[in-house]
Design a protein around this ligand. Structure first.
Ligand code: MG
Length: 362
């Protein structure tokens, strides 16, 4: 029985991780469950899975260190910047960490990778794109390649004009064409900020310089990403969009277990690829620029985005103002070195204050 801890068990990835556990009786033992605020949901899951440890972030009760130490795999699926400290705790326990929290690598990539190396932790990506790259590299993160191409569904507004983009609503942004995800990441997919984040994550996970990274629109979300090699060969991983596949693989790899239906290639009429229209979606370029700048810049980007997306979801600002808020915060807050979690947390607070002023909620 593989012992697993799930940090962020009530969110989209956490719940799908528990679906994988349910679907494989006798394979996994849930040792620890942590949630943010949803007490009722955490209690219900604790009743079903009988974990030795539970923690609710809202109560200020941290997950004890033993919970990480006793787990074979820690799934870090908490959302937002808060996920970074769980990722660091999980990595310091020195076991396998199935990483689904994007901010851990976007904001804390340098720190998390250095700590993983120091503590001998094994980082396995859960995000579909990074899992696809991991698979195409032979389930390694250190294999050579010449280029990584991340696929993007393009989100619900891919073919909108700039004028139409100015009028889209939160409800429309939450209607993702292919993936079912939490609200923040769904809006980040609509602005293409999410794809910028994923390039930063790939940079850290695979040691890829930014000139070897690109994104391409692939509306069907069947090709989950592509690795190109020196000799002209390219390997891709394909499957129906179903997060349970990369989640389960992160728990069991290198072993593969039954999980989702096989692609039906005869019914798959066609696969399409097109250029990513960066000029219409400034969040993508802002993310890349912050990733290249490094240090605290991605943390500022992320904090401003969390505030701006929150305001957009409440109807407080328009869609284009998400990018404007991020740009404003990046231009106002100077980049510093990301030496410690505290340095990042300070940049995060400063950027949130700045972004709150920019969106007009203080
Ligand atoms: Mg993704």
């Amino acid at each position: 029985m593989k012992k697993i801890a799930i940090i962020g068990c009530t969110g989209s990835i956490g719940r799908q991780t528990l679906e994988v556990v349910r679907a494989n009786p006798g394979r996994f033992e849930v040792v620890a469950l942590a949630a943010g605020r949803n007490r009722a949901a955490l209690s219900a899951l604790a009743e079903e899975f009988h974990p030795k440890y539970t923690a609710l972030a809202q109560d200020g009760a941290p997950m004890p260190e033993e919970a990480y130490a006793e787990s074979d795999v820690v799934v870090v699926a908490a959302s937002g910047f808060a996920g970074l400290c769980y990722a660091l705790e999980a990595v310091r326990a020195g076991g396998r960490v199935a990483l689904a929290n994007k901010e851990s690598l976007v904001c804390g990539g340098e720190l998390v990778l250095a700590e993983a190396e120091r503590c001998g932790a094994e980082l396995i990506p859960v995000d579909s794109e990074h899992s696809a790259i991991f698979q195409a590299l032979g389930m390694r993160r250190d294999a050579p390649f010449s280029k990584l191409i991340l696929t993007a569904s393009g989100g619900p507004f891919l073919h909108h004009t700039k004028k139409e983009l100015a009028r889209v609503t939160a409800a429309e942004a939450l209607r993702h064409p292919t993936w079912k995800m939490g609200p923040k990441v769904t809006v980040d997919s609509a602005t293409l900020l999410n794809k910028g984040y994923e390039l930063i994550e790939a940079h850290h996970l695979y040691g890829a310089p930014y000139e070897k990274l690109s994104a391409i629109v692939h509306p069907e979300s069947v090709v989950h990403s592509i690795v190109c090699f020196e000799d002209g060969a390219a390997l891709a991983q394909l499957g129906y969009p179903d997060m349970r596949v990369p989640i389960q693989l992160a728990l069991t790899c290198p072993e593969r277990l039954p999980c989702a239906p096989q692609l039906n290639f005869e019914k798959l009429a066609a696969l399409h690829f097109e250029r990513l229209p960066e000029e219409k979606f400034p969040c993508f370029g802002l993310a890349l620029a912050a990733g290249k700048a490094g240090g605290t810049a991605p943390t500022v980007l992320n904090a401003a985005a969390e505030v701006a997306v929150g305001a957009f979801l409440e109807g407080g600002i328009t869609f284009p103002r998400i990018a404007e808020t991020i740009e404003g915060a990046l231009s106002k807050i100077p980049r510093e070195e990301a030496e410690s979690y505290e340095a990042l947390a300070a940049a995060d607070r400063r950027a949130r204050d700045c972004a709150r002023r920019l969106v007009g909620v203080e």
